[in-house]
Design a protein around this ligand. Structure first.
Ligand code: DX5
Ligand code: ZN
Length: 226
């Protein structure tokens, strides 16, 4: 499959939760195509965020762009159902957070939404082999999950390159997303390696002008990908 057009997915983790609706609205108006929704349970990762009610609230507030849910929870199946019913478009989970990876992917697909698997920095791409024909998105972590604002781990770029080749070699489209420490410089590196979806928390929400930031992201990614 030819590489798909780039998507910027701001992570709500770095937004001001006291005004989440208007924050999300603002990044969408500034050009973000998706919203990345980080769900942490203080068990699978040592941090706690928000659940499906908040996803539902964003829909009720009027957010219509795809919501890309990143589950950092264990187990996953109950929350898959909750987020599917709360308006998620993509749900991704970590393979070691379920006893039945294919079953959890199937559960996502049963709700007519797209399924992703997440690779931590130290997890090799080969772990995806049995599931390659089942996933719609691969989320490559470029930090260890749990917190926003960490430094990008450059060693994951080799994995992005290898995954890009495998995705290009097969017929179905799969989004190749990168998450963690993404800023203008690291987005360029990830784009050159073949990522097509860019999750960024701090590098967007901690800047004063979202439109300027997201436009800069798009320009650098387009340059790097060509
Ligand atoms: C990390 C989360 C990321 C994170 C990104 O556990 O999955 O989505 O919030 O934040 P930044 O872009 O600040 O690294
Ligand atoms: Zn995430």
């Amino acid at each position: 499959m030819p590489q798909q057009s780039p998507i910027i997915a701001p992570s709500i983790l770095s937004a001001n939760f006291a005004k989440l609706g208007s924050e999300v609205d603002a990044v969408v108006k500034a050009g973000a195509q998706w919203i990345h929704f980080d769900v942490m349970d203080n068990h699978y990762v040592p941090n706690l965020t928000v659940g499906a009610m908040v996803c539902r609230s964003l829909r009720e507030y009027g957010i219509t762009v795809p919501i890309d849910v990143h589950l950092m929870v264990k187990p996953v199946d109950n929350l898959i159902k909750d987020f599917a019913n709360a308006g998620a478009d993509y749900i991704s989970f970590h393979p070691d957070a379920t006893d039945n990876i294919s079953g959890s992917i199937q559960l996502i697909h049963n709700h007519q939404i797209k399924a992703g698997l997440v690779l931590n920095p130290d997890v090799p791409a080969e772990i995806l082999d049995p599931f390659f024909d089942q996933v719609d998105l691969i989320l490559v972590m470029s930090v260890y999950p749990g917190f926003a604002g960490q430094a990008f781990i450059p060693e994951v770029l080799q994995k992005v390159k290898a995954l890009r080749q495998r995705i290009d070699a097969q017929k179905r489209s799969i989004r190749l997303s990168i998450d963690g420490g993404i800023n203008i410089e690291t987005a360029a590196l990830a784009a050159a390696a073949g990522a097509d979806t860019f999750v960024a928390g701090s590098a967007i929400f901690k800047t004063p002008n979202y439109a300027k930031t997201i436009t800069a992201f798009k320009n650098i990614i387009n340059q790097a990908a060509n």
